[in-house]
Write a protein that binds this ligand. Sequence first.
Ligand SMILES: NC(=O)c1ccc[n+]([C@@H]2O[C@H](COP(=O)([O-])OP(=O)(O)OC[C@H]3O[C@@H](n4cnc5c(N)ncnc54)[C@H](O)[C@@H]3O)[C@@H](O)[C@H]2O)c1
Length: 337
Amino acid sequence: MRILVTGHAGFIGFHTARALLREGHEVHGLDSVNDYYDVNLKHRRLAQLQDQPGFSETHASLEDHESLLALFERFRPEVVIHLAAQAGVRYSVENPRAYLGANMVGSFNMLEACRFFPVKHLLLASTSSAYGANEKFPFEETDHAVHPITLYAASKGAMELMAHSYAHLFGTPTTAFRFFTVYGPWGRPDMAYFLFTRAILEGRPIALFNHGESWRDFTFIDDLVGSIRRLVDCVPPAADAREGMSAIPGDSLSPVAPYRLVNIGAGQPEKVTTLVDALEKALGVPAKRELKPRPPGDVVKTFANTDLLQALTGQRPSTPLDAGIPKFVEWYRGHYN
Ligand SMILES: NC(=O)c1ccc[n+]([C@@H]2O[C@H](COP(=O)([O-])OP(=O)(O)OC[C@H]3O[C@@H](n4cnc5c(N)ncnc54)[C@H](O)[C@@H]3O)[C@@H](O)[C@H]2O)c1
């Protein structure tokens, strides 16, 4: 397949592009390689892709809609996996404007490009943050998710809604994933597991927000990429093409459009202190824990229902923290010497 992966210099995009290239697909990456975090890390990821057969790339911003259309005209993707975004929950409280460009204008441009150059399947990265202040656990795709508590969450929710309207109007088959706290080798330096690792090794204290009483559904990168890959083949059917198909219980398939939401998470919330225990064990160094209040925009708990993912793909993420964290630590030690 000819697959466009946006955000391929980023954590998840890099792993996704690499896995698709290994399968022999033709992959084009689109990324602005911005400096939200260490650009060297992004360039080192890119270097791993650049010598692979079947790989090509464009360094441009999603907001540049003319470049995006020109790229579609040249590459004619059959599948688009749209992962590029301004990520980060906490940063969105300090700098909300950053989220409008990439996540709203950029995603809109992607929808327009898929309207003029139709694709077999558009897959979009949304987030568990879309569940916002919901307190019904586990989070199910059919739950109302209308109370985002950060602009990051609101921008991703807006992307989901825009994509639904395009799926309805122009028939673009669309799957929006909601990812739950993804971690692993080549990870994102602004995320807790990465910040904690650095601080523990440098002997600095780590901040445990909400006094350590927070839970996250930690998802190992290889599991996530496996789920993305399998979902590429699960194209949501158009509303008028469903006759004779048996309905999946709990399916989020839209009644009026080829559009579906799918959680990708471990389905196993862990206390953040369990993450710290796993890091201490893998690093062989004790952490200096500092208990802090919950910052604005942070949710207490995330917890994915993964029944739909299992029904669609036959699998769900299963790597526990004490197997995934040592892999991250091994990469970190090798990478940063
Ligand atoms: N990592 C997680 O735990 C997590 C959880 C939920 C959702 N997500 C979503 O998954 C996707 C990938 O996340 P990630 O962790 O790999 O983040 P990342 O920051 O590592 O990767 C995002 C990439 O997008 C690029 N980018 C940003 N704005 C752009 C723009 N306007 N034009 C072109 N490129 C641009 C960046 O340069 C970066 O390389 C994002 O959409 C994110 O919101 C991630």
